[in-house]
Design a protein around this ligand. Structure first.
Ligand SMILES: Cc1ncc(COP(=O)(O)O)c(C=O)c1O
Length: 426
């Protein structure tokens, strides 16, 4: 195995030069604050690209998700006291295999997430499991839906179930900016499908602001509310006057300069990420692995991260505790731990699949629902149960994220492919 001289990254920012120009403009005009032309322009450009009326620039995707969750909570359950969250005493259904920033806002608002298992077709929320969840908890009115790694989930099926149960969707499109979904014969952007929608400009995303995020909506009232909350909830008064809890979540005009410079390159980034995905697919031919799947008819992913999953029969023994992992090498077989270890030895950055939320220590006691119903406490020492299912954990155990950096050359990528082929002795 050959060590790469330059580090091959998972996903880093790809700059083009315009970003610096807009930052300089902010300095030159002294709009070095949370107001300015870069914010106005990046909001305008994103709203236009996404086909929504309003985009509100915020300091992070997490901030956008928090305010979306708060809006949904107030709409459903009314305005709480300042020291209480809007979701107090209420459950929320949520994507299980995701980054914890999708879910934590439910806790910020005092709600309780109920995790919905994953399906194998797109690695997102399983509509069948969601249906089961509504049977078990018919009072739930809010669903947090994520499009993992830039692959759109089964939105149509999920929306139908939510509509039947009168539930609102918060769409977390933080990883899927630019991904498209076919809805009623028309291509629409992920990040415009939910009742409340969020995107991220974190440094590792498809385009970046170094950090930052946006809340997207067609409702003027919702956009105004998010803008107000994000700037400390000031009232229209001569002094600082407050009737609601506020946050310091507004996007900075410097960050917005980076976003403004990046937006015109979104499609180019998607094309380059797609080329990386296709190249891996070709390079892994003959190996007992599959790429992260997507629905070719109903979706166009942004291919933010390329991932692979090892066929069950080609997995060597691997165990993971809460922090570390061990494996036993077997000829012709491999596992994510072995592959990630070898990539690291060769100066290449991979990453485990996002560990499902229902297995995270922080959320271990929250409910978890599979397509068979309650996913907790189903094993029994005396009764065989082949209906036990935990798709998220299975993908976590057999899958991994591959170096997907746009600046990786085809030669770099060949080296990554070679390391992985060697893990399987090919
Ligand atoms: C699925 C998902 N949701 C939310 C976030 C939070 O976005 P941010 O880092 O901008 O707060 C991220 C990434 O960071 C993410 O991957």
């Amino acid at each position: 195995m050959k060590r790469s001289e330059n580090r091959i990254f998972l996903s880093t920012a790809t700059m083009h030069g315009d970003e610096e120009k807009f930052i300089k403009e902010a300095f030159d005009t002294n709009w070095v604050t949370t107001v300015g032309k870069n914010i106005d322009e990046s909001e305008r450009m994103i709203a236009e690209y996404m086909g929504v009326k309003y985009a509100v620039g915020l300091s992070s995707g997490t901030g956008a998700l928090h305010l979306a969750t708060k809006l949904a909570g107030e709409k459903l359950y009314g305005q709480p006291k300042p020291n209480e969250g809007t979701l107090q005493g209420h459950k929320v259904f949520a994507t299980d295999m995701t980054f914890d920033a999708s879910i934590n806002p439910v806790a910020y608002e005092d709600g309780e997430a109920v995790f919905i298992d994953t399906e194998y077709d797109t690695w997102n929320m399983d509509p069948e499991a969601l249906e089961k969840a509504f049977e078990i908890y018919p009072d739930v009115k809010l669903v947090v839906l994520v499009h993992l790694y830039g692959t759109p989930g089964k939105f149509k099926e999920i929306k139908k179930i939510c509509d039947k149960n009168g539930a609102i969707i918060i769409e977390d499109a933080c990883e899927s900016l630019g991904s498209k979904y076919k809805l009623n014969g028309e291509w629409v952007e992920t990040g415009t499908l939910g009742g409340y929608n969020c995107i991220s400009f974190n440094g590792n995303k498809i385009i970046t602001g170094s950090s930052g995020g946006m809340f997207l909506t067609n409702s003027k009232a919702d956009a105004d509310k998010v803008r107000k909350w994000s700037t400390q909830s000031r009232e229209d008064a001569f002094w600082y006057q407050h009737e609601e809890v506020g946050y310091n979540y507004r996007m900075s005009n410097i960050v917005a300069g980076v976003v403004r410079g990046q937006i015109p390159y979104l499609q180019e980034h998607i094309d380059r990420k797609k080329a990386i995905y296709e190249r891996y697919k070709e390079g892994f031919k003959g190996l007992p692995v599959q790429m992260n799947p997507y629905d070719e008819e109903k979706s166009i992913p942004n291919f933010w991260l390329s991932c692979l999953i090892i066929d069950p029969e080609a997995m060597c023994k691997q165990v993971r505790d809460e922090r570390r992992a061990l494996y036993i090498h077997e000829d012709g077989k491999s596992c994510p731990t072995e592959i990630l270890e070898n990539l690291e030895k060769c100066n290449m950055e991979g990453r485990p699949i996002w560990k499902p939320m229902h297995m995270q220590p922080i959320y271990r006691n929250n409910a978890f629902i599979t397509r068979y119903g309650n996913g907790r406490g189903q094993s029994n020492a005396y009764i065989a149960n082949d209906k036990q299912l935990d798709v998220g954990m299975d993908i976590f155990n057999r899958g991994l994220c591959l170096p997907s950096d746009i600046k990786m050359t085809p030669e770099d990528q060949d080296k990554v492919i070679e390391v992985i082929r060697e893990c399987f002795g090919k």
